[in-house]
Design a binder for this molecule. Sequence first.
Ligand code: GLC
Length: 541
Amino acid sequence: MSTADNERWWRNAVIYQIYPRSFADGDGDGIGDLTGIREHLPYLAGLGVDALWLSPWYPSPMADAGYDIADHRDIDPVFGTLAQAEELIGYAHRLGLRIIVDLVPNHCSDAHPWFQAALADPAAPERDLFWFRPGRGPDGAEQPTDWVSPFGGGTWTRTTDPDGSPGDWYLHLFAPQQPDFNWDHPRVRAEFADIIRFWLDRGVDGIRIDSAAMLAKDPTLPQVTDDGPHPFVDVDAVHDIYRDWRRIADSYPGDRALIGEIWLPDQQRFANYLRPDELHAAFNFDFLGCAWTAVALRACVDATLAAHAPVGAPATWVLSNHDVTRHVTRYGRADTTFSFATRREGVPTDLELGTRRARAAVLLSLALPGAAYLYQGEELGLWEVEDIPHALRQDPMFVRSGGADPGRDGCRVPLPWAGDAPPFGFSPDGATARPWLPQPADWKDRTVRAQTGDPHSMLELYRAALALRRTEPALGDGELAWLPAPDDVLAVRRAAGFTCLVNLSGGAVPLPEHTALLLASSPLDDDRLPPDTTVWLRTSD
Ligand code: GLC
């Protein structure tokens, strides 16, 4: 890659998320791996994306599908070896694809050697690297705080001392197998600075930071209140950590990017993470959760751009990831918004409508200024798989909520590559193991092979849009203006000569004057734009 290519690539890159367990299985054990990813890198280069973000590939007991890391400097044997990872980074670069690795600094696995040492001896210095606290009430039998985990249930688990008596409690904001690090301890900071260097030394172009707003805690561990500052979300001290990391990233050649996973309702607080000496970018979950209406989408785009402008950071546009209901399904429902609190199964869903809207949505998101994130399988139009037998579900969100939350397995089902029946080429021919989650038989029409060359397929829409995004100068970093448009129609103008029109109304609308129709998400209706359709136009202005 040339030096010019390197410059601020993260400002308008299209970044494709690989969820390694479910991308492609090279060794036939039913679980995706690095061999499978390597085999399909040419597919991703051909798709037209700029970078790949890989969800965790490190050694892990997989209590949270790899977000519980036991060793940050190696690869889990189920996925491959460190040598294979290094080779994959090199091969990706040769194909023109950048690599972003996933860093999980809020917590580790309970199998991590530090945590094991802390458990083995209450006097061990490793104890201070975590949050061990005595319980409240008689005999310390009550957890130290009443904090509620995003995974449901409490955030503390009681330990047993080596003599068999009940001991202190330790903090885990997520599952009990994910003890939280104490970021006030210099050893934790030094360790992560070293881990970041370890991966930057191996040539990775970026680091996605998991649960980035949660690392710092109020050390007095107060209860959560409605009005006071939150004790573990967005505590101000977290920004010092990112200033340190920015210095590390900036000390490397080649423009390495830090990208935060930050779920915060307040756009201003969110933008604080993107100040020039902190993270380069963060996922825009407001857009992901936004209702499919013109008013809501326009307000979301405006609020996003307004929050990012003062700190000079690029906006990002995200429709799906490994934690949320796939957007083909969301957009096929009466309520098109997403929130963890209201996620349910069995809601009436029109997949045809959802697919039509998903096609329109991706053309909108790729026409907006900033970087775009795609989640594996969205380019195939995959929907949320809701009928996974309960006994096969693995997500702690499902288990810990007693099934009230369906969990995230439905968006993590292994990809269909080719063929008429499961495993749809996910595993090599002759593999005896089944994919780790069952694939719907109906995915036979959604395989890469079935869609390739079909101009009406989701895959060919993505290929066409990504190719245009590379060649259309208007679709780079830059400004956006709203043009006057009929009710419930969005008209986005980028640099002179490019207009993106989205029809969110119930009827067809006329197209504005244009010199060329570059791409349409669905066929036009006698030169008019039908409902739930986006079009990219070249205009003469
Ligand atoms: C992030 C990840 C999610 C994981 C959680 C705990 O939200 O995206 O998959 O379960 O952090 O690590």
